[in-house]
Write a protein that binds this ligand. Sequence first.
Ligand code: PXG
Length: 486
Amino acid sequence: MTANTPAFRTDLPPFARRSTGEWQAADASHFLHPFTDHQALAAQGVRVITRGEGVYVWDSEGHRIFDAMSGLWCVNVGYGQDALVEAATQQMRTLPYYNAFFQTTTPAAAALAERLAALAPAQFGHVFFGSSGSEANDTVVRLVRRYWDLVGQPQRQVIVSRLNAYHGSTLAAASLGGMAAMHRQGGLPLPGIVHIDQPHYWAHRDGAAKGLGRDAFGVVAARWLEEKIAEIGSDRVAAFIGEPVQGAGGVIVPPATYWPEIQRICERHGILLVSDEVVCGFGRTGRWWGCETFGTAPDLMTFAKGVTSGYVPLGGVMVGERIARVLIERGGEFEHGYTYSGHPVACAVALANLDLIEQQGLVQQVRADTGPYLAGRLAELRDHPLVGEVQSCGLMAAIQLCRDPSRGEAFAPETAVGLACRRHCFDLGLVMRAVGDRMIVAPPLITTRAQVDELYGLIRQALDRTHAQARAVGWMEPGGAGSPAA
Ligand code: PXG
């Protein structure tokens, strides 16, 4: 890692003028982190990130880190974009907050609603704002049920989602999600939410995908929805929700046949289709929306993260005209909303962010240039002794680690080889996430070809170090868990 400690800056607020040890102590004593084992974190000492520029962040010890996860799938225009800072500053000076509840709006919220309606596929004319992806998916549950009530089919209550999906962490969003560990804590899912298996070719290689090409498997996986509908009764099913590419689940890129077949099944049974675009929206897959990459026409789309590139929180639901018309013409008051629905600062930042994405041609750049280039570079990893498969879509990619790539044999679960690889990445100055034994990246959309080369080089080194470690501790032996990681 490059150590480059910036000079101590007296222009920073008092909380920013402390040492790493002081921040770690305050954090360990008082901050309950999301999805974190607190005892383990306190023992190890939290990493303090203090600034960012372009695709890099720096920690409090001055180490530069290539942020190949765009923060958490959100900093799509990269760090340090003054246009977004200016937009926030100007809006805060003019009107830092006003609500949208009592027959009022703000110029920023109205302008962003108009802009999103123009940017979204033709069936979308309206938007409902919240502050996060979780809130957006909670709104979906409310909207879907409200819609079926209003059209006289209140028995349509069941929403079908997928195992290993991630839709957020509030009660409804975590229920829509298919994360078993989340469901185990808190008695989820809520009634009326069910799950089918995911279109994960690699995971099904010895089962449903055995002997099938990717495309044939895609149709088989989509038909699991039809089987579930038959089991429940099609007159009781309200909606199907899915991420175009499952992100947090491990960048599971579905076969090209999957989504068109899902669309046909939803149409055949009159079921609403919801595309969770929280990760895939705003250019990540090389089109503005993931559903455009995969050829579906959803009735609802949820978004967050990339709408503001994470500079301030904003989320929402694009509402298709099939639903909006019913809601507006027959609905009366929709008893739902948040204090920060249409927050003017968030909306102003979103407008500046969309301007920047358009001015820099980032969506086109990902589609025609950096996305294919990343795919090409990562394909070079297929000969690596740890790599079972490589999948990518636009600027999101997965590298499946396995013990014996020629036979597709997984590591023994207790090896935690993914976490070992992640540690090597940090040592090399790279953020790459581990989802089990699957390593994933989603770098900012501003990433250049030269930075893709840099990323590739770091990943290769991390894999080499992981392989050396795996051999040294015996993880590569057939069936062997070897000794625990050092
Ligand atoms: N939908 C999708 C597809 C997401 O990825 C959410 C909804 C929820 O958004 P909020 O803003 O409520 O967090 C997400 C969030 C990970 C990770 O480990 C991913 C997310 C959040 C936290 C961790 O990859 N995605």
